[in-house]
Design a protein around this ligand. Structure first.
Ligand code: MN
Length: 257
């Protein structure tokens, strides 16, 4: 099996290294990751400027390819140019910080996994709650167990998954909950500060706790200390809206009217 490993924290991130060490149990690992941190860039791609990439070495051992672009760029270029053959699995992470709730849509980590799914390759994003002394190796063991369980279930090619690991789950026996993404808005507050030249600047403040929901979401399960697994899809079409919009006739005037 060939696994393409990427992330949004950059090729030197410790989470990427830990995930790579653990994934080598499953097969060959090709590392293609952004050259610099790209957290929060979502599904951005580079198309107005050329993309450069270079192989990074630790002594005489290749660490992988560093792409001077976004996480999605790294996956596209990785599959097209740097993987020795078409990968069987794309893994993005381990991200430093959870990617749950609407943050899934801002996440470069998840976007890289989505890009893998675009290619019809089963892909998974892996994120660990931010901690200054995060234990990425323990998180990678948990991720390996979940990825093994997913592969045993023989997901359809192009299946897409989002895995989140809270700090609390690194101790003892973690509990896995399969939950939907929470879609409430949060993180709407900014702290206004003044810089040394008297100009205002704004800093996003901490997120308030999620509102209660009848169905447990990833955000709530993570707050309870559980590992969360969410199957995702990138087709944003609102199915019911198709019928609503297709009903009746549309009148659009001809040119020159
Ligand atoms: Mn990140």
């Amino acid at each position: 099996m060939l696994i393409l490993l990427t992330n949004d924290d950059g090729i030197y991130a410790p989470g990427l290294a830990a995930m790579g060490r653990a994934l080598r149990r499953f097969g060959d690992v090709s590392v293609v990751a952004p050259a610099t941190e790209q957290s929060g860039v979502g599904h951005a791609i580079t198309f107005l400027t050329p993309l450069t990439a270079k192989e990074i070495f630790d002594g005489d051992r290749s660490r992988g390819w560093a792409v001077d672009g976004s996480p999605a760029d790294a996956v596209k270029l990785g599959i097209a140019e740097f993987c020795p053959r078409r990968p069987d699995l794309v893994v993005s992470g381990i991200n430093s910080g959870l990617n749950a709730g609407i943050n899934v849509l801002y996440s470069g980590t998840v976007a890289a996994a989505i890009e893998g799914a675009f290619f019809g390759i089963t892909s998974i994003a892996v994120s660990l709650e931010w901690d200054e002394h995060a234990d990425y190796d323990r998180a990678a063991e948990i991720a390996i167990d979940v990825i093994g369980g997913l592969l045993d279930r023989r997901p359809a090619p192009g299946s897409l998954f989002n895995l989140n690991i809270p700090t609390r789950a690194l101790q003892g026996v973690p509990e896995l909950r399969v939950v939907p993404m929470g879609v409430f808005r949060y993180g709407e507050a900014f702290e206004r500060r003044v810089d040394p030249r008297g100009r205002a600047y704004y800093w996003a403040t901490n997120d308030p706790p999620p509102p209660p929901s009848p169905v447990e979401t990833d955000v709530a399960a993570l707050a309870a200390g559980a590992v969360t697994l969410t199957p995702l899809e990138y087709d944003l079409t609102h199915r019911a809206g198709l019928d609503i919009l297709a009903a009746g006739t549309w009148r659009i005037g001809p040119a020159g009217s």
